[in-house]
Structures are given as structure tokens and as C-alpha cells.
Design a protein around this ligand. Structure first.
Ligand SMILES: NC(=O)c1ccc[n+]([C@@H]2O[C@H](COP(=O)([O-])OP(=O)(O)OC[C@H]3O[C@@H](n4cnc5c(N)ncnc54)[C@H](O)[C@@H]3O)[C@@H](O)[C@H]2O)c1
Length: 440
């Protein structure tokens, strides 16, 4: 393919050189003449292991060119890859002025092509940009700028996952190839561009692709701070944090795994809140600050708070809370966020009916019955015998379980609103008009 790479920094130079080394004809463009001159001379303008040789060979073979002229780079190009910077502006916002200017340059370049030629062109953002940038910034600029021309132009976002210092290796083995677009032409262009990597190309909504890169970087930053925060405390306790974290990472079931990474409701139960509090107590007693872990308790509280606010903002009074224990298939009610939710709703005067498959008045025996009677007598009175009874007459159902009986009751007698805390209710319920997810 003929490819224009816009911006010849770390991402742009690695991308341009590696694409050129794999059979594409690449034109790199930068507003900085010094970077362009470096590539023209067969040198890399950025230091990355292995890149110097790839640039030199690609320039010598005639597959990699560099220019300061967008018109020259765009002439005949099927695809352009935007690799310009998106630095922090005041108050932390992403400065999109380089993206805007680059899109304007693309428009001007395409307009300067033969106006009678109908040209298909895909504009792919590889810079890290906030969700909505392609839809609100890139596409409108392309549409208004190319209005009245015969060009067929689409846009999408393909997040770049390379890390400086291993940019070339990362380019050849990306963890994912994701393209956010609703335009089949754009999806086909990126799939074709990266075919030589022999990896599946995931086509997703454009905002999903834009958000993904932020999710990845936020997670990586959190991981670093998590390890450092624990190390701060463990060192004071005379514990080798490297040994702890090395063993920690050997757990691929719960720790280094998809576990605990599905958006949903607050954590609770008999272990996580208690042990986190105990760890934070140790930190306080030893003078170690752990703001990240303190923050997890605060954000957990916000999850419950937001559900209460959502319900309180409505005119509804009758609520069905489906699921009471902190997770499905357990009757353990200790520190269940659903109990906290029920108590707050009752405190605000809502008429709450509760159903839980396991915490069921008909089945409660022994210790659990005693726990319910002594600690939660106010909730015991509100327990329905079956899901249908709890749902009957409810205006809002808050669903904290994927119990089959609950799903059937909701389908048979759907309330005006269903607030799903689980994300596991399935397509039938998600397609109901009153369905809303807690975080989606
Ligand atoms: N550096 C990384 O490791 C990395 C990894 C993944 C994603 N990203 C993202 O990729 C984007 C680029 O990052 P980078 O580190 O390569 O940036 P960089 O600052 O090294 O390079 C950006 C280049 O764009 C050029 N430029 C600006 N406006 C231009 C225009 N209108 N036309 C042509 N060139 C223009 C600049 O002169 C500069 O050379 C950022 O959004 C960044 O967040 C970076």
C-alpha cells in the first residue's frame, strides 16, 4: 500500500520504517525539517534499538521517504497514519491542536490532488486521543474540508501499544491490533496494512479503541504504584517486597489474570474490606502512606453511592433488590455492598422488596438465620419468597445476581427500569427498553 505517516517522532518513525521494511511504500511527513532531513539521510531521528538499520535499509531500497510537504506525502496514498503528539494542556487535558492541524493538512493535501480523481483514503489516528476525538474532531474536519470533492474518505483509530526502548520489537509483536471504526473501507485498509504481522485485527467501535489505550496506560501506571506502595510498607516491616511480588506474579489464576477486571458492582464480603483495612492500619502505624489503596476504598464507596443517586433521582418509590449476598451462590452477608445499598434505600424511604436465591427466608437455617435475625432484622422483613413476588409492582429492579429465576421474573414482568450490577444478564434482558448497566 502507499502510506503517509504524519509525525516522525517515536511512534511515527518506528511505524514508517517497519511498514517500509515490509513492502509498503511509505512517505513520512513532519513539520520539523530536522527530522525529515535525518530520514532523508538514512538515519533515524529518534533513538530506538534496531531502528537505525531499518531506516537506513528502507531509505536505500526506496520504500521510505520523508518530506515536510503533506501534499507530497499524501499524493496517491490509500491510508494516512496520524502519529503526532497529544501532550498535556493546562489542567491535564490532551492538547489536540497537533491532531487538528494534521487533519487540516490532510484535507488541504487531498484537495490539492487532481479534483476529477475520485480517491479513497483512510485516516487512522495512532496518537493517543480521548474518546470522541475521531467522531467530534477528525470526521467533521474531513467532511467539511472535503465537501464538494469526489474523495471518499473515512477515519478510524488504531491505538499504538509500543514502548520506547523496545519500540521495534513491540511494533512486530503488538499485544493487540485493534481498529475502531464503523467504516468497512477503513477496517479493510488497516487489516490489509498489518497483514504481514499475521495477527488478528479486532474491529470495534471507535470510542472503544480510543478508550482502550487510556485503560491500558492507567492499568500500567496503577500496577507500578501498587507494587511500589506495598514495597513502601513491607520494607518498614522487614519484608523483602521483591520476593512477595515475585510470588504474587506466579498466581496466574487470581492475580495476573482477567479476574477482578470486569466492570460491575462494589467489592465486599468477609475478606477484601477487612484485610484492606488491616493493611492500611499497619501502614498508618508504621508511617507509610498508601494513597492508592486508600483510594480503592473511596472508589468502592462511590459505586454504591452512584446507584443510590440514580434511584433517588427518579420518581419511582417501589424497588426490587435482586441478590443480597456479596456475590452469587453464597449466603455470606458480611460486608455485602447489597446490604449497604438496601439500608440506604430504606433509609431514604424507598419501598424495597428483596429476593436472594440463597438468602431465602424459606431456606435460612442455623448460623445464617441467627445472623439475619440479630444483625439484619430490618432486612429480614423485606425478603420475598421468590423472584416474581419481589418484582411484582416494582418500578425499578436492581439486579445483583444472574440467577435464572430472577431473569425469568424480569422477562415475565419487566419493571420500568432494570439497573444491572452484574453485566451477566444476557441479551434478552439487555434488550428490554428499561435496561441500564451500572457502568456501561
Ligand atoms: N512514545 C510512545 O512510546 C508512545 C506509545 C504509544 C502511543 N504514543 C502516542 O503517540 C503519539 C505520538 O507520540 P510520540 O512519542 O511519537 O510523539 P513525538 O513528540 O515524539 O512526535 C510527534 C511528531 O509529530 C510532529 N508533528 C506535529 N504536528 C505535525 C503536523 N501537523 N504534521 C506533521 N508532523 C507533525 C512533531 O514535529 C513530532 O516530530 C502521542 O499521542 C502519544 O501519546 C506514544
Amino acid at each position: 500500500m502507499r502510506v503517509a505517516v504524519i509525525g516522525l517522532g517515536y511512534v511515527g518513525t518506528v511505524t514508517a520504517a517497519c511498514l517500509a521494511a515490509n513492502g509498503h511504500e511509505v512517505w513520512g511527513v513532519d513539520i520539523d525539517p530536522a527530522k525529515v532531513a535525518e530520514i532523508q539521510a538514512g538515519r533515524s531521528p529518534v533513538a530506538e534499538p534496531g531502528l537505525e538499520d531499518i531506516v537506513a535499509q528502507a531509505v536505500t531500497s526506496g520504500m521510505l521517504h520523508a518530506t515536510t510537504s503533506s501534499a507530497e506525502a499524501l499524493a496517491g496514498a490509500e491510508i494516512s497514519l496520524l502519529c503526532v503528539g497529544t501532550p498535556s494542556a493546562t489542567r491535564g487535558a490532551a492538547d489536540l491542536s497537533y491532531v487538528q492541524r494534521a487533519v487540516d493538512d490532510i484535507v488541504a493535501a487531498l484537495r490539492s490532488c487532481d479534483p476529477s480523481a475520485s480517491m479513497s483514503h483512510s485516516v487512522i489516528v495512532r496518537s493517543t486521543v480521548p474518546p470522541g476525538t475521531v467522531e467530534n474532531v477528525v470526521l467533521p474536519a474531513l467532511a467539511s474540508g472535503l465537501d464538494g470533492t469526489a474523495h471518499k474518505v473515512g477515519a478510524g483509530m488504531c491505538p499504538e501499544f509500543l514502548r520506547e526502548g523496545s519500540g521495534v520489537a513491540d511494533f512486530y509483536a503488538p499485544p493487540l491490533i485493534v481498529v475502531g471504526t464503523s467504516d468497512p473501507m477503513v477496517a479493510a485498509a488497516v487489516t490489509s496494512l498489518f497483514r504481514f504481522l499475521d495477527q488478528p485485527v479486532r474491529i470495534v467501535g471507535v470510542r472503544v479503541a480510543e478508550s482502550l489505550k487510556y485503560a491500558c496506560n492507567a492499568f500500567h501506571a496503577t500496577k507500578v504504584s501498587f507494587a511500589n506502595e506495598l514495597a513502601r510498607l513491607f520494607r518498614l516491616l522487614g519484608v523483602d517486597s521483591r520476593e512477595v511480588m515475585s510470588l504474587f506474579c506466579e498466581d496466574r489464576v487470581l492475580n495476573i489474570s482477567p479476574s477482578y477486571l470486569r466492570p460491575g458492582y462494589a467489592f465486599g464480603g468477609s475478606c477484601l474490606p477487612k484485610d484492606l483495612r488491616s493493611l492500611l492500619y499497619l501502614a498508618r502505624m508504621n508511617g507509610a502512606d498508601m494513597p492508592l489503596l486508600v483510594g480503592t476504598l473511596a472508589t468502592n464507596e462511590l459505586v454504591i453511592h452512584e446507584v443510590v443517586d440514580r434511584v433517588a433521582a427518579s420518581d419511582s418509590r417501589k424497588i426490587a433488590l435482586l441478590g443480597l449476598s456479596f456475590k452469587a451462590d453464597t449466603d455470606d452477608l458480611r460486608e455485602s455492598p447489597n446490604v449497604a445499598l438496601a439500608e440506604r434505600l430504606i433509609g431514604k424511604g424507598f419501598d424495597v422488596q428483596i429476593y436472594d436465591q440463597v438468602v431465602n427466608p424459606a431456606c435460612l437455617v442455623g448460623a445464617n438465620r441467627r445472623y439475619m435475625e440479630s444483625k439484619l432484622p430490618h432486612l429480614q422483613r423485606l425478603l420475598a419468597h421468590d423472584a416474581a413476588q419481589a418484582v411484582k409492582g416494582a418500578e425499578i429492579a436492581i439486579v445483583a445476581t444472574s440467577d435464572r429465576a430472577v431473569q425469568e421474573a424480569l422477562i415475565n414482568d419487566p419493571p420500568q427500569r432494570i439497573i444491572d450490577l452484574t453485566g451477566r444478564l444476557g441479551a434478552d434482558l439487555e434488550s428490554l427498553p428499561g435496561y441500564e448497566g451500572i457502568g456501561w
